[in-house]
Design a protein around this ligand. Sequence first.
Ligand SMILES: Cc1cc2nc3c(=O)[nH]c(=O)nc-3n(C[C@H](O)[C@H](O)[C@H](O)COP(=O)(O)OP(=O)(O)OC[C@H]3O[C@@H](n4cnc5c(N)ncnc54)[C@H](O)[C@@H]3O)c2cc1C
Length: 408
Amino acid sequence: MDGFTLELNDDQKQVRDWIHGFAADVMRPAAAEWDEREETPWPVIQEAAKLGIYSLDFYAQQFFDPTGLGIPMAMEELFWGDAGIGLSIVGTGLAAVGVLANGTEEQIGTWIPQMYGDPDDVKVAAFCSSEPDAGSDVSAMRTRAVYDEAKDEWVLNGTKTWATNGGIANVHVVVALVDPELGSKGHASFIVPPNTPGLSQGQKFKKHGIRASHTAEVVLENLRVPGHCLLGGKDKLDERLARARERAAKGGERVKNAAMATFEASRPAVGAMAVGTARAAYEVALDYARTREQFGRPIIDNQGIAFQLADMRTQIDAARLLVWRASWMASAGKPFTSAEGSMSKLFASETAKKVTAQAVQILGGNGYTREYPVERMHRDAAIYTIFEGTSEIQRLVIARTLSGMPIR
Ligand SMILES: Cc1cc2nc3c(=O)[nH]c(=O)nc-3n(C[C@H](O)[C@H](O)[C@H](O)COP(=O)(O)OP(=O)(O)OC[C@H]3O[C@@H](n4cnc5c(N)ncnc54)[C@H](O)[C@@H]3O)c2cc1C
């Protein structure tokens, strides 16, 4: 184990402290206001852009940190600042990753800069996969993309839902069905350039938490995009579809490794967001328990409170270790033989829900009011067990991976 360490190096500490400063000085003071307004915090995003925190360069630098800890460290600090504003800042990254994962170099160079805009005119992007009848079950997707060969254009029709930044984005990345007979193997991703006719925002959701993050339906009606907006290009798609048809003709594949590498690599980032929210609530609760007096002594003097804080902190640290392990595995190219990425997201998100509920309890009546931030953190934490695969879906992936069985 020569060289093994869990200590951050000096560069990482510097980046962490820089983001922490932004989270503490800019995000925290703005958090309650944008939660109440339920609107995208454009001025905060702009501030992040001016500092270089809202940019592709920033994420690329963290992504290429050879230890794998750059992204989880950044996510934990931003979501420690505030989850709703945090998602407004990192939501564009979800769409950018869709392009980075499937796009050609030309597509990456053309579209990702338009997703972020520039510090004087910031933009956001949206990744639209979920549909009203296709949430956990992605294979139920109905949005269709049909190729119009004469014009070299794709025609998209369907309704997407739950899209973070949907309708307000400059660039939308839309997943659609190109071959209905192949189910989820017949999907492809498309760029929808700014101001394309045929894309409109449907309902904007009024949510329980992360209210500063915009979530909406996206309606696609005879929307036409040029052929070059198909991510990866037509030749690659045709090859992939041909392989999928061949496999389907042979009776399909057995469940060998249910843990899909791309999700395993991205889920720890969501786990890190959950760790940030949990840590924030724990810190408020610890502070409060030390100063709030009842029966003539601080409430932390009671084992009933102190032991809860001990459990909270232990679970947060365990969650971070799972997140760091999975992030390191992703960057080191290790196979996720036990769905370690899903494990980290499952444990961290459940921890955030539990810890923020305990924090509300420790603050008593104050914890139940909007005078104290744990009320918001508790509402925010509920999202982590839902998006990017619910806790039940994480358990399904882990169980299938461990057993090799198509567990239902
Ligand atoms: C705030 C927010 C932001 C989001 N942002 C995006 C985004 O940017 N882009 C995007 O594409 N999507 C986004 N989503 C969608 C999100 O990924 C879905 O909500 C999620 O995948 C769950 O789908 P669903 O809501 O349809 O729930 P369902 O799939 O209907 O699940 C309902 C319940 O049934 C359980 N369940 C379902 N199947 C099984 C099973 N086989 N075994 C056991 N239990 C099961 C689930 O775990 C859940 O508890 C967002 C959602 C929210 C709430």
